[in-house]
Design a protein around this ligand. Structure first.
Ligand SMILES: Nc1nc2c(c(=O)[nH]1)N[C@H]1C(S)=C(S)[C@@H](COP(=O)(O)OP(=O)(O)OC[C@H]3O[C@@H](n4cnc5c(=O)[nH]c(N)nc54)[C@H](O)[C@@H]3O)O[C@H]1N2
Ligand SMILES: Nc1nc2c(c(=O)[nH]1)N[C@H]1C(S)=C(S)[C@@H](COP(=O)(O)OP(=O)(O)OC[C@H]3O[C@@H](n4cnc5c(=O)[nH]c(N)nc54)[C@H](O)[C@@H]3O)O[C@H]1N2
Ligand code: SF4
Ligand SMILES: [Mo]
Length: 884
């Protein structure tokens, strides 16, 4: 057995952590460690990154190309894709075909997709899930800076005196950066952290001040801040004069509304003292770093919110200098790389734009592409509307799951059902989107594919192949190249390996650039295959003048606008488009949880990551819970004008009254009705076209069922009957939470059918039924081990899942335990650890509570010493502190 150590990059969030993987490819086994030399994480990883080794199993992978569900050869599948695209184009023109890509593609994949659609097929219809993610930031950057640049680097965390987290739950979504800020705060007691978020999130754990502002009100707050800084002579008039334009217009705009502290507080639903405190801190601290994410971007005024923040930084000259600036935290591992290649439908390539004919000409000459697109294509929402309406007749979806993640997701599903020709490239066989594909193309996933990604701080890193491809899976760039050749563009798509694509991408970035376009990595245009293989993380720009990369932009006051000056943009704050009303009285906010990644196609494979939040839930304030007659752990139905979902109620005053929160992760693969995208309002920002995923008017009511139950089973079962079901993979079992409107007529038959399906091989069967009490329990044993259990009740009390789950770790079940299984009562001596809080060391809530009481623990460090909880990735520290 030969073990290799390979450096690569985590495929989840935009922190872009380096990984050092010990690979045993003979056994398809990987041991994951943080790469201590990588500047994004210096060896640290969060719970998701640490569990990557558990996600590479072949089960569930898409291994062969498929046409209408039938396995086929690459040749046949690629021929069909090319022929179908050709025929649609011949009949309906180039704008009847579209690509919908993803920030999870590698830069090389992305480059080829964009070049093929915009350069050679000749349509602007190449959009991506970045539309749902970063497009407001892109638009805001371009308005202010003349280019899409994140000016800062992670090192600024250590130099700042004030860090704002605006619409960012970094504790869960950028955990390694969050831990770095925590450490910076411990090292520098002067560093203050302000969290601006309608919810009290785990990120508030390190906050000196939390501003639970009204949903969508950010521009009011930052306009107010601008006004305050102006009134208190805290603006840098020198910098404004020499390096910006638009100052007078901004001031004129501010005169139109009342920005007194009281009025701001009132409109933002905040306390005046808190607003005052925040403004004072901003005024006093030169080294202010504003980090923001989807609470800003995912809004119908997302671009304006971005510019309202940028205005305050530009007018105080706090931009791109050590310890200060505006830092948009990117979501996906290659959100930034997609922007570099021009992955959005209104962009072109390498920071060029359809709005500039000279740039179209420039790219056309570079690619030698006579048929180049002359205008932008459909952005995501409009693209799926166009598919729905039959304007776009063939779509190729790569690396994204729009049937879950787009707003008004039922319409998206319907659109794909109606579409003449749907191709999906994915590495997973069964997703809500692959279910609707005519052609499925197996893509190599993380650990197999090879190329580059760019993280939040513009740092380009290598993702390297660790293992051979699963089945016949191929790299996305290869698949695209093969189709391009079949479409007759062989000369322009001659690539044999990712480095050739990377070189071309680098060369284009420098082509006739002359300092006009921010993205420039021309120093890498002739990189050798060996240097590409060994490439070490480097922040762009990477040019002759700065061959080792660029840590920060704009400290010199030079921008990428025509005048070279930054633009201050007058902002008139707008409320979200649809506000709550009497029919839909609550605001639905959606977002992420600590241990799942998006639509769970990969994180849900790792059992450990499923423990933290095993079911779709809805967080609601106690006042609202009372008002809508909801109780903790009850099921609730949430409805909007667009769709509905079911979720488990969690009452928490971390929510502001009037607002509820649901996680974005559950799909039809893991739940009967947890797919939240169905509810989400499809309105979008007029400039960035990014949808308002954080604000949909909804109503909520108890979802009353005749019975509730759950199943734990070593084997995966097929469960689809009851109105409510959720599947959750554990280490030794699958867990199914169930609830139904109608009690099964014959419980024993029903239970046998569900647990044994067709393959009851001499099972030992035990059951208990108490019709009067409405309880039924069944257990099945095999070779002395517990094989499966089912508990159901019509009265509502079910035993602790944790205790039963622990029985699955045993090789034998004692007589006492068998008895306990029937009575449903916890057997003595078995510890109920409670919901798992620390995923790294498997420590449950109850264990932590008991240890706190028993040993009078006072700090999370003491809990760590006692139980190890929170001592690895640290993501659960906020929860441990909450228990303290
Ligand atoms: N664990 C985990 N981490 C991830 C991901 C994942 O799926 N799972 N996905 C990655 C991706 S692609 C992305 S884009 C990032 C997203 O990272 P984040 O943006 O940090 O995550 P979200 O949970 O979507 O939303 C952030 C916060 O915005 C708040 N918010 C809602 N409305 C408003 C508002 O009007 N104003 C303000 N100021 N705040 C508001 C929400 O309450 C929420 O707490 O996470 C990345 N990291
Ligand atoms: N309501 C609401 N909706 C949201 C959000 C929200 O906060 N609220 N957030 C939005 C944001 S910021 C984002 S980024 C999106 C994310 O939403 P999606 O992009 O739809 O979610 P993923 O689960 O990441 O989908 C990635 C798919 O690509 C597959 N895949 C993984 N690696 C590869 C690869 O190398 N090649 C190929 N071909 N396929 C691969 C995975 O198996 C999976 O099916 O959701 C958006 N939707
Ligand atoms: S913070 Fe976690 S998910 Fe994000 S890149 Fe690092 S290890 Fe991966
Ligand atoms: Mo994202």
């Amino acid at each position: 057995m030969r073990i290799k150590t390979i450096q690569t990059t985590c495929p989840y969030c935009g922190v872009g952590c380096g990984i050092s993987a010990k690979v045993d490819d003979a056994n398809r086994h990987i041991k994951i460690n943080g790469d201590s030399s990588h500047p994004a994480n210096f060896g640290r990883l969060c719970s998701k990154g640490s569990e990557l080794g558990e996600t590479i199993e072949l089960k569930g992978r898409l291994l062969e190309p498929k046409i209408y569900g039938r396995e086929t050869s690459w040749t046949e599948a690629l021929d069909l894709v090319a022929d179908s695209l050709k025929s649609v184009i011949a009949k309906h023109g180039v704008n009847a075909v579209a690509f919908y890509g993803s920030g999870q593609l590698l830069t090389e994949d992305y480059y080829v997709a964009n070049k093929l659609m915009k350069g050679f097929i000749g349509s602007g219809n190449m959009d991506t899930n970045s539309r749902l993610c970063m497009s407001s930031s892109v638009a805001g950057h371009k308005r202010a800076f003349g280019g899409d640049v994140v000016p800062n680097c992670y090192e600024d965390f250590e130099h700042a005196d004030l860090i704002l987290l605006i619409g960012s739950n970094a504790a869960w979504c950028h955990p390694v950066s969050f831990q770095r800020i925590r450490a910076a705060k411990e090292a520098n007691p002067n560093l203050k952290v302000v969290v601006i978020d309608p919810r009290k999130t785990a990120s508030c754990d390190i906050a000196d001040l939390h501003l639970p502002l009204a949903s969508g009100a950010d521009a009011i707050l930052f306009n107010g801040l601008f006004q305050f800084l102006h009134a208190h002579n805290k603006l840098d008039l020198n910098f404004i004069e020499n390096h910006t334009e638009g100052f007078e217009a901004v001031l004129d705009g501010l005169k139109l509304e009342n920005y007194s502290i009281e009025n701001i507080a009132n409109r933002c639903n905040l306390e005046s003292e808190d607003v005052q405190q925040f403004f004072n801190w901003f005024a006093q601290n030169e080294k202010t770093l504003s980090l923001y994410s989807q609470g800003i971007n995912q809004s119908t005024s997302g671009t304006d919110k971005v510019n309202a923040i940028l205005n305050c930084h530009l007018a105080t000259a706090r931009i791109g200098k050590i310890g200060c600036g505006v830092f948009s935290l990117t979501g996906q591992p290659n959100a930034m790389g997609g922007r570099e290649v021009g992955g959005l439908a209104h962009q072109f390539a390498a920071h060029t734009d359809f709005s500039n004919p000279d740039e179209i000409d420039l790219v056309s000459r570079f690619w030698n592409a006579p048929n180049i697109a002359q205008k932008g294509g459909f952005p995501a929402i409009e693209l799926f509307d166009a598919i729905h309406d039959g304007k776009v007749k063939a779509v190729w979806i790569m690396g994204t799951n729009p049937v879950v993640s787009l707003p008004n997701a039922d319409k998206v599903k319907e659109a794909l059902k109606r579409c003449e020709f749907v191709v999906v490239s994915d590495c997973i066989a069964q997703t809500d989107t692959t279910a609707l594909a005519h052609v499925l193309l197996p893509a190599q996933g993380w650990s197999e594919k090879d190329g580059t990604v760019t993280n939040s701080e513009r740092c380009i890193s290598r993702q390297r192949a660790l293992l051979p491809a699963a089945g016949s899976a191929k790299p996305d760039w290869w698949i695209l190249t093969q189709v391009a050749r079949r479409l007759g563009f062989g000369q322009a798509f001659h690539y044999q390996s990712p480095v050739e694509i990377f070189r071309e991408h680098a060369a284009l970035s420098g082509f006739e650039n002359k300092g006009k376009r921010a993205f420039n990595i021309s120093a890498l245009a002739e990189i050798s295959a060996k240097d590409y293989d060994n490439f070490q993380p480097t922040q762009w720009g990477i040019t002759k003048d700065s061959p080792n990369g660029t840590a920060r932009f704009f400290a010199d006051g030079k921008f990428f606008t025509k005048s070279g000056k930054a633009q201050l943009i007058p902002i008139t704050p707008r409320l979200p488009v649809n506000l709550p009303d009497e029919n839909y009285p609550l605001i639905l906010n959606t977002g992420r949880i600590r241990d799942q990644w998006h639509t769970m196609t990969r994180t849900a494979i790792a059992a450990k990551l499923n423990q933290h939040k095993p079911e779709p839930f809805v967080e609601i304030h106690s006042e609202d819970a009372k008002r809508f007659e909801l109780e903790t752990n009850q099921l609730a139905k949430i409805e909007s004008r667009w769709g509905l979902m079911l979720a488990r109620v969690q009452i928490t005053n971390a929510q502001t009254p009037g607002n509820i929160f649901v996680p974005m992760h559950w799909t039809a693969q893991q739940s009967s009705a947890g797919r939240m995208g169905a509810l989400v309002n499809p309105v979008f920002d007029p400039i960035s076209k990014q949808p308002e995923s954080k604000h949909t008017p909804v109503k909520i009511s108890p979802f009353k069922t005749a019975w509730q139950g759950f199943v734990l089973s070593r084997r995966e079962l097929v469960i689809s009957e009851p109105e409510y079901w959720v599947k959750n993979k554990g280490e030794y079992f699958y867990r199914y939470e169930l609830a139904g409107n109608q009690s099964p007529e014959n419980l024993a038959d029903w239970a046998r059918q569900m647990l044994c399906a067709n393959e009851c091989i001499a099972p030992q069967w035990q059951e208990y039924s108490d019709v009067a009490q409405g309880n039924y329990r069944a257990a099945r044993f095999a070779d002395g081990r517990l094989e499966s259990v089912l508990f159901m009740t019509t009265t509502g009390e079910l035993p602790s899942r944790n205790w039963l789950m622990s029985l699955f770790t045993q090789t034998e079940i004692t007589k006492t335990e068998q008895l306990a299984l029937l009575t449903g009562e916890l057997s003595k001596g078995v510890e109920d650890v409670g919901t798992i809080v620390c995923a790294c060391f498997n420590v449950g809530e109850k264990t932590i509570q008991q240890a706190i009481e028993k040993h009078s623990l006072k700090t999370h460090q003491e809990v760590g010493q006692c139980l190890k909880a929170g001592t690895n990735c640290g993501s659960c520290v906020p929860e441990i502190k909450a228990l303290l």
